[in-house]
Design a protein around this ligand. Structure first.
Ligand SMILES: Nc1ncnc2c1ncn2[C@@H]1O[C@H](COP(=O)(O)OP(=O)(O)OP(=O)(O)O)[C@@H](O)[C@H]1O
Length: 839
């Protein structure tokens, strides 16, 4: 029989702790040696570099890199290196995994495995500590009394730094336990009740079986994880990243892993988890930070978000980028040989449409094609005016000039008859003389400043932000809207964009520095526009001579491509900028934050996925066309109204057929759709235990859930706190004062974080509410509270939250499920008091 001592005799426990401490000391001593080895390797790498040969430099880089990575990985183990121990039944030992014998592991027993943050081996390669992600550690998380997997006892070691301070055992197979000591005082549950410090921590020592199954799920295809609030979806997704990077380092390490969360508060909240697991290589971004150079930081009103996020915006934006650019001239006029040649607005529109039709997306790179089309049209107009005949008539006197022009273009010179090589002179015909005449005309026109200036303003290199800004003009947005937006929608959107983006926007629309205030949904639209516009101009390596010969290079910028003709000697200040538009264009490249190369990832984790709009899914799809995915969501918490269309967009993104263009030319451009690829493997999981809320708070949340999504099953909360939630009814005018009073009281009662969660509204109210409180108090609106958790939460006006949008009840469900210990609700509506307290 095992000696059950749950919380009974301190001496037995102390002896066990002391025994484990000896083992932990052994592991740390070896860790020190490994660290010294890594440092020695770095030094050796640098020593080799003194040899100076090319290959030794390469070797050195590889060696130093490897050793530095190793040293970094070893550093993360400084805190809580060993956190688990498994005692297996005799006969279940696997080679190389058994811990060397210590006082705690008499040889008469089965294998003992120690589990830790990283793997530690003796110099003879015996395992001292098994990395938690290794297959041999799986039993630590998976074994249950129903399915012990050969494990008799699972022990969790709680440490502070290098010191073991507590133990907790699970006896999984009592019949085999014999003389094994079992210690337990609910340390796991106690750990759930711990004070929250404002940043999420790793759960590596206490991952539960259903969570471990998600973490170790197959690396291919999509892993879709559902679960109610507090079931550990975020924690599990992050541990899965660490697992994937450990087990498939080459595949995921080189092409990268992207973790996407709803907002910056959330990414700040989770940012420490992966580094604490020794993984610094994953990219963590909020939905507002996925496009370089711009940032979405505010939530749109539900109505605006619905419009901006809808798939219909793809069509609206396509029309917007192919519409005439703002400020574009309505007429092109060039003079050649005394003949005035004009293209009017109707003709220009036709040319523009034709170029867009033929270039299919990639608006910016189509400028060269536009120039050719204009020149063709000018030649046709010149011919219609009888220009070639006039030119031929005057050719005799002009022959020298013509030939100089033609020679500059590498064309054959005209002879006395106006033809080449004895061909008959022709006026606009298709024979050699006509072609030469045409070539001469084109060469001459191309050089005219009127033509190049026109081209720059008629087909400017456009930036995503310019295009979005242009839609602040209601007339322009109406043109782009087609049948996809009704009049009210056009008004609402144009109004929002003109306030937030126009250069002379009112202070409420722009930040104090004058930079635009973009919403989360705007970022997805900018990414869509970017895909439609095509790659931004990149500096070319063109040589000066080539640039000088090129009539389309004006002041060092190729006006067809927008590229700078890189030239070491070219000094912008030495050249007079003759066109203010060019100057503007040049500066915009910097000011507007050109969207840089869009990165693609090998794996994408999407947290709070239930809130993504179709446009946001398209944005993610463009970043993961070859990726495998981990998608984490709770439909009951969704603020998004049209879940059906969001699902469709999600499927497109996950199937690798998500919308939009590509940067590298390897795949489709500008939103053209490609044949859907075969469906990827899908692994679905549900998490069922709520580790966040006390049972008392979970009960309140489940009452809101019953209203928000009748029939939905709440998760099972496991920790009773004995602290009842408080619901106070008082007039709305007293809410602010009562909220501050509630926070003040909670500051006395809890050591950790307090969230004061208010309806979406004026930021000034939030500032007022927060005034004077310490940092551990966060005042946020309900949408900002997504994914976060606090020791105590105060929810103001549930009635307002519920009424603010068609999905208001689900948003309220999010709010009431944030707290671990204390929940206070302030309402003006006695009905809500009854609902939340069930009486
Ligand atoms: N196995 C575990 N051991 C200890 N703590 C855990 C465990 N699983 C989850 N937790 C804790 O429970 C809390 C909730 O986890 P998490 O935020 O990942 O839940 P979630 O399902 O993403 O919630 P939400 O849907 O509200 O965003 C966190 O503090 C997390 O550390």
């Amino acid at each position: 029989m095992s000696s059950q001592v749950k919380g009974r005799t301190a001496t037995v426990k102390d002896r066990e702790i002391a025994s484990e401490q000896r083992y932990v000391d052994l592991a740390y001593a070896r860790l020190e040696e490994m660290r010294a080895e890594a440092q020695a390797m770095i030094r050796e790498g640098y020593r080799q570099s003194l040899a100076g040969t090319k290959s030794s430099l390469v070797d050195r880089d590889a060696m130093v890199h490897q050793a530095a990575m190793r040293a970094k990985a070893l550093d993360v183990a400084d805190d809580g290196l060993v956190f688990g121990r498994l005692d297996l039944a005799p006969g279940t030992a696997a080679p190389g995994t058994s811990a060397p014998e210590t006082a705690a592991t008499p040889s008469t027993r089965g294998e003992v495995r120690y589990i830790g943050r990283i793997g530690v081996r003796t110099p003879d390669h015996d395992s001292l500590v098994i990395d938690w992600r290794a297959p041999a550690a799986e039993d630590f998380y998976r074994a249950t009394p129903e399915d012990p997997r050969g494990v008799i006892r699972r022990r969790v070691l709680h440490s502070r730094g290098h010191t073991v301070v507590d133990l907790e055992d699970d006896l999984l197979d009592p019949s085999a336990a014999d003389d094994l000591t079992v210690i337990g005082d609910g340390a796991f549950l106690a750990s759930l009740a711990r004070t929250r410090e404002g940043a999420m921590r790793d759960i590596v020592a206490t991952i539960q079986r259903e969570q471990d199954e998600v973490i170790r799920a197959p690396a291919d295809g999509t892993v879709l994880v559902r679960g109610a609030p507090g079931t550990g979806k975020t924690a599990v997704a992050l541990h899965r990243v660490a697992y994937l990077l450990f087990r498939h380092r080459r595949r995921f390490g080189s092409r990268g892993v992207l973790v996407v969360g709803p907002n910056r508060r959330f990414t700040a909240y989770i940012e420490r988890v992966l580094p604490s697991l020794g993984e610094g290589s994953a990219t963590l971004r909020s939905l507002g930070d996925l496009v370089d150079g711009v940032a979405g930081t505010v939530h749109d009103s539900p109505e605006l978000a619905r419009l901006k996020g809808a798939e219909a915006m793809t069509r609206v934006l396509r029309r917007a980028v192919t519409d005439q650019a703002p400020g574009a001239p309505d007429e092109l006029r060039v003079v050649h040989k005394g003949v005035v040649v004009r293209l009017d607005r109707a003709r220009l529109d036709k040319i523009r449409n034709e170029v867009h039709r033929r270039s299919r997306g990639s608006v910016n790179t189509a400028r060269a094609r536009a120039a050719e089309a204009l020149l063709d049209a000018l030649w046709a107009a010149f011919s219609d005016l009888g220009g070639p005949e006039a030119a031929a008539a005057s050719a005799e006197g002009d022959l020298g000039l013509w030939n100089a022009l033609l020679a500059a273009d590498g064309l054959e010179a005209l002879d006395d008859s106006g033809g080449t090589g004895g061909a008959a002179p022709a006026a606009g015909g298709s024979n050699g003389g006509g072609d030469a005449m045409r070539a001469g005309f084109l060469a001459r026109v191309r050089e005219q400043r009127e033509f190049t200036d026109f081209l720059v303003s008629w087909w400017p290199i456009r930036r995503p932000l310019d295009v979005l800004r242009s839609l602040g003009d209601a007339g322009r947005l109406r043109r782009a809207a087609g049948r996809d937006l009704d009049r009210d929608a056009v008004r609402l959107l144009a109004d929002a964009w003109s306030r937030a983006l126009s250069s002379d926007a009112s202070p409420s629309g722009t930040s104090p520095s004058g930079t635009p205030v973009l919403s989360y949904q705007d970022i997805a639209l900018l990414d869509e526009i970017d895909a439609l516009l095509g790659p931004p101009p990149r500096p070319s390596r063109r040589r000066r001579a080539a640039a000088e010969d090129d009539p389309f290079v004006v002041d060092g910028v190729n006006i067809l491509t927008g590229e700078e003709a890189a030239d070491e000697t070219w000094q912008p200040e030495m050249q007079e900028l003759t066109s203010s538009i060019e100057r503007l264009e040049r500066s915009r490249r910097v000011d507007d934050g050109v969207v840089e190369e869009r990165p693609e990832y090998a794996h994408i984790v999407v947290d709070e996925a239930q809130d993504l709009s179709p446009m946001q899914w398209r944005m993610l799809g463009r970043r993961g066309r070859q990726a495998s995915w981990t998608v984490v969501e709770d439909p009951a918490q969704s603020a998004w109204e049209d879940l059906g269309s969001a699902r469709e967009a999600m499927e497109q993104a996950l199937g690798g057929t998500g919308g939009g263009g590509s940067r590298n030319g390897r795949s489709r451009r500008g939103g053209r759709s490609r044949k859907p690829s075969p469906r990827r493997a899908r692994h679905e999981y549900e998490l069922t235990t709520n580790y966040r809320n006390s049972t008392e708070i979970a009960a309140v949340a489940s009452r809101v859930l019953a209203l928000a999504l009748p029939g939905a099953r709440p998760a099972r909360a496991v920790r009773e706190s004995g602290i009842d939630p408080v619901v106070r009814v008082l007039p709305e005018r007293d809410h602010e004062e009562a909220a501050r009073a509630a926070v003040t009281e909670l500051l006395e009662r809890v050591e950790g974080t307090i969230g004061l969660i208010v309806p979406i509204g004026d930021p000034a109210v939030r500032e007022r509410l927060a005034a004077g409180f310490p940092e551990r108090v966060q005042v946020l609106d309900v949408l900002e509270a997504k994914g976060l958790e606090f020791d105590a939460a105060v929810i103001v006006a549930p009635e307002t939250v519920a009424a603010q949008s068609p999905r208001g009840l689900r948003v309220l469900y999010v709010a009431v499920s944030r707290a671990t210990q204390h929940l206070t609700v302030l309402t003006a509506d006695p009905g809500w008091h009854d609902t939340l307290t069930a009486g």
